[in-house]
Ligand binder design. Structure first.
Ligand SMILES: Cc1cn([C@H]2C[C@H](O)[C@@H](COP(=O)(O)OP(=O)(O)OP(=O)(O)O)O2)c(=O)[nH]c1=O
Length: 191
């Protein structure tokens, strides 16, 4: 049984390593096609697209893991910032308030016992105020550019975090506890 992480995210790789099973990394390259409206449905849809792209190329018995993370504030869904101005806008909209981080995950088993599961986890994150100068300095560090919502809770942005409710690892990009539970179910319950 081969385990494959369909992600280019170094954070997801690091988190999956915590399970202690060997796995390979095959990032999905396809266009993200969003048809859903709610952030929970969007991250599940995108995680499924990533896992399906890699699953389609497998012949044997594998489990493929795809994931997607967005930041949501009210109706607004934030992915990775397009540029520094976009990052500034995102930081301005989430500072001094609470928002949600959603990660969707899809596990697909290929081969003789095909099955799949898709789920999502939500984490509430509340932030302290962030001044213009603080936002500019953080953006200049480059840290926000490859992260949903233009911040990484695991990096220097930590100084702005007031409170979180939910799985911390879900914010970093992979709710690894839930992934482990679902993976065990898939490995030991044959359908
Ligand atoms: C909010 C937040 C996001 N992130 C990251 C997790 C994800 O890697 C990224 C959101 O982008 P995604 O599109 O979910 O993932 P990705 O492009 O990095 O990787 P792939 O599609 O190949 O799986 O933001 C953090 O690292 N810390 C945080 O606090």
């Amino acid at each position: 049984m081969e385990l494959i992480l369909a992600s280019a995210s170094p954070r997801r790789k690091e988190l999956l390593e915590k399970i202690g099973l060997p796995f390979t990394v095959q990032p999905a390259k396809g266009e993200e096609r969003i048809t859903q409206k709610s952030p929970a449905a969007v991250v599940m849809e995108l995680s499924r697209q990533k896992a399906e792209e890699i699953a389609a190329a497998q012949t044997g018995d594998c489990i493929i893991i795809g994931a997607d993370t967005v930041v949501a504030k009210g109706e607004k869904i934030m992915g990775k910032p397009k540029d520094a101005a976009d990052a500034k806008q995102m930081l301005r909209s989430i500072a001094d308030d609470c928002h949600q981080v959603y990660t969707g995950v899809t596990l697909i088993r290929t081969g003789a016992h095909p099955q799949s599961v898709t789920f999502q986890e939500k984490t509430d994150v509340c932030l302290y105020p962030i001044s213009d100068a603080e936002a500019d300095a953080y953006i200049a560090s480059g840290d926000p550019m490859d992260k949903a919502g233009a911040y990484g809770i695991q990096g220097d942005f930590a100084i702005y975090v007031k409170r979180i409710v939910g799985d911390y690892y879900n914010v970093v990009g992979l709710p690894i506890g839930r992934v482990y539970q679902e993976l065990k179910r898939m490995l030991f319950v044959k359908k």
